[in-house]
Design a protein around this ligand. Structure first.
Ligand SMILES: NC(=O)c1ccc[n+]([C@@H]2O[C@H](COP(=O)([O-])OP(=O)(O)OC[C@H]3O[C@@H](n4cnc5c(N)ncnc54)[C@H](O)[C@@H]3O)[C@@H](O)[C@H]2O)c1
Length: 388
C-alpha cells in the first residue's frame, strides 16, 4: 500500500473541514476515496470520491483501508466497533465516546484486532506549546508540583451554536455539554501532562448561560495521591476568555498562556527555603525564564499524517485512541460528582455512570430550540479559530 484510502463519515463542521484538508493535499500519503453523510449534507462529488449515505455500506465497500469518524459522539462507539470488526484502521474524533463503558467497548473491539491502527483526534497534543509544557513537567526541573490551576475560559459558544443541531447539548444526543464537546482536548492534555488524579469533585451548572439541559459552566477539584491538587474550570458562556494554566511547584511558578510559557524560578526551592531560612517572612530570590515556543503547525493534518504513517510503516501513534478513555473518565467523574454531590474516587465505576446518564436521558423533558440548519452558517475561518 503506498497511500491509505480513507473514508470520512460525518460531513458537518468538522467533517467538511477534514474533507477540505485532505483534498488540499496536506496529507500526502492519504487519499479520500469515499465520504458518507446524510443525503442533504453530501457535497458535489470530487473525482475518485465515492459517496454513501449508509456508513455500513461504506465500511463494506472495499474502497477504503481506514475510516475517519466525525459524527456526533455516541456514534463514535457504534461506527468505530463496526469498522474495527470489519478490519478497517480507525481514526475517531474526540471524544473517544460519551462515557467510560462505551470507551471500554471500543477499546475491547480494538484489542480483538490489535493489527489495526486506532487513533483519536487529539490534535492539541501536536501543538508546540503543549509539547513544551509536557517536556518541562516531565523533566522534573520544576521539583515537586504542589498545585495546578487550569482556566479553560476560551470556549465561548452562542445560543445560535447550540440551536444549530438537534443532538447538541442534550443528554440523549450528546451526553453532556462543554465537558464532552469542547473540553475533551484540555482534559486529555491534563492527563497527558500530569497523569490522572486519585479523586475528583465537580461543580457543574446546567444551562447557566444557554437554553440547554447540560453543563455550560464547570469548576472541578482534582486531588492527587501525593497531596497535590488542581482546580480546572471551563465554560462556554464567558467572553473574553483568559485561557491560562498555572503550575505551582517547589522551584517556582509556571504560567502558560497562548503561545507563551513563563517560569518565575525560585533560586532556592521553596520547601528547602522554608526549612532553612531564619527569617519568618523573607522569600527566595527569583529569576524569570521565558521558555521559547516554536511556531504552530497544522494540527489536524499532523494527526492524520501520523495515522497514515502508523498504517504504512508502523510509526508510533501520537494519539492512541485507548488513551481517550482518560479524558472521558475525568469528564464523567466531574458530572457524576455534581449529580450526586460527593467526591468520586478514580478509577470510576463505569456501569454506575452509564446508569446515571441513562436515567437523565430517560427522564428528560427538555424542549430544545432547533434552528433551520440553512440559517446557520459556519465560515471555515471562524471554525478553525474556535479550537487551539
Ligand atoms: N478535533 C476537533 O477539534 C473537533 C472540532 C469540532 C468537532 N469535533 C468532533 O467532531 C464530531 C462532529 O462534530 P461537528 O461539530 O462536526 O457536528 P455537526 O453536527 O456539525 O456534524 C455531524 C455530521 O454527522 C452527520 N451524521 C450523523 N450521523 C451520521 C451517520 N450515521 N452517518 C453519516 N453521517 C452522520 C450529521 O448529518 C452531520 O452532518 C463531534 O464528535 C465533535 O466532538 C472535533
Amino acid at each position: 500500500m503506498e497511500k491509505v484510502r480513507l473514508g470520512l463519515v460525518g460531513l458537518g463542521n468538522m467533517g467538511k473541514s477534514h474533507r477540505a484538508l485532505l483534498r488540499s493535499g496536506q496529507v500526502p500519503n492519504m487519499e479520500l476515496t469515499a465520504i458518507c453523510g446524510r443525503a442533504a449534507t453530501l457535497p458535489e462529488a470530487e473525482p475518485g470520491e465515492a459517496q454513501f449515505t449508509d456508513v455500513d455500506e461504506m465500511i463494506r465497500s472495499g474502497l477504503i483501508d481506514a475510516i475517519l469518524i466525525a459524527t456526533p459522539h455516541f456514534s463514535h462507539t457504534t461506527i468505530g466497533i463496526a469498522a474495527l470488526n470489519s478490519g478497517l484502521h480507525v481514526c475517531v474524533e474526540k471524544p473517544l465516546s460519551v462515557h467510560k463503558a462505551d470507551c471500554e467497548r471500543l477499546i475491547a473491539a480494538h484489542a480483538a484486532r490489535p493489527e489495526l491502527v486506532f487513533a483519536a483526534m487529539f490534535q492539541m497534543r501536536t501543538a508546540p506549546l503543549w509539547q513544551e509544557v509536557r517536556k518541562l513537567v516531565g523533566s522534573g526541573d520544576l521539583g515537586t508540583i504542589r498545585r495546578i490551576h487550569w482556566d479553560c475560559s476560551d470556549w465561548f459558544r452562542s445560543e445560535f451554536y447550540y440551536a444549530s443541531g438537534g443532538w447538541r447539548a442534550t443528554w440523549k444526543g450528546e451526553g453532556g455539554g462543554v465537558l464532552l464537546n469542547q473540553c475533551p482536548h484540555h482534559l486529555d492534555l491534563f492527563q497527558w501532562i500530569f497523569g490522572l488524579p486519585q479523586k475528583v469533585h465537580g461543580f457543574c451548572q446546567f444551562g447557566r448561560y444557554h437554553q440547554i439541559e447540560v453543563e455550560d459552566d464547570v469548576t472541578a477539584y482534582f486531588h492527587f495521591a501525593d497531596g497535590s491538587h488542581a482546580v480546572f474550570n471551563t465554560s462556554t458562556g464567558e467572553t473574553p476568555g483568559n485561557p491560562r494554566l498555572e503550575i505551582i511547584a517547589d522551584n517556582g511558578r509556571v504560567t502558560v498562556q497562548p503561545e507563551k510559557i513563563s517560569w518565575i524560578k525560585n533560586l532556592v526551592p521553596m520547601n528547602q527555603w522554608s526549612q532553612e531560612t531564619t527569617s519568618g517572612f523573607a522569600k527566595p530570590d527569583t529569576e524569570l525564564v521565558e521558555i521559547p515556543v516554536p511556531a504552530r503547525t497544522g494540527q489536524h493534518a499532523e494527526i492524520l499524517q501520523n495515522f497514515a504513517d502508523a498504517i504504512l510503516s508502523g510509526a508510533p501513534l501520537l494519539t492512541p485512541a485507548a488513551e481517550g478513555i482518560h479524558s472521558i473518565e475525568l469528564a464523567n467523574a466531574i458530572l457524576l460528582s455534581s449529580w450526586l454531590g460527593r467526591t468520586i474516587a478514580l478509577p470510576m465505576d463505569a456501569a454506575h455512570y452509564e446508569r446515571e446518564l441513562q436515567h437523565r436521558i430517560d427522564t428528560s423533558t427538555f424542549q430544545k430550540k432547533i434552528l433551520d440548519p440553512a440559517k446557520f452558517s459556519v465560515s471555515q475561518e471562524d471554525f478553525a479559530k474556535s479550537f487551539r
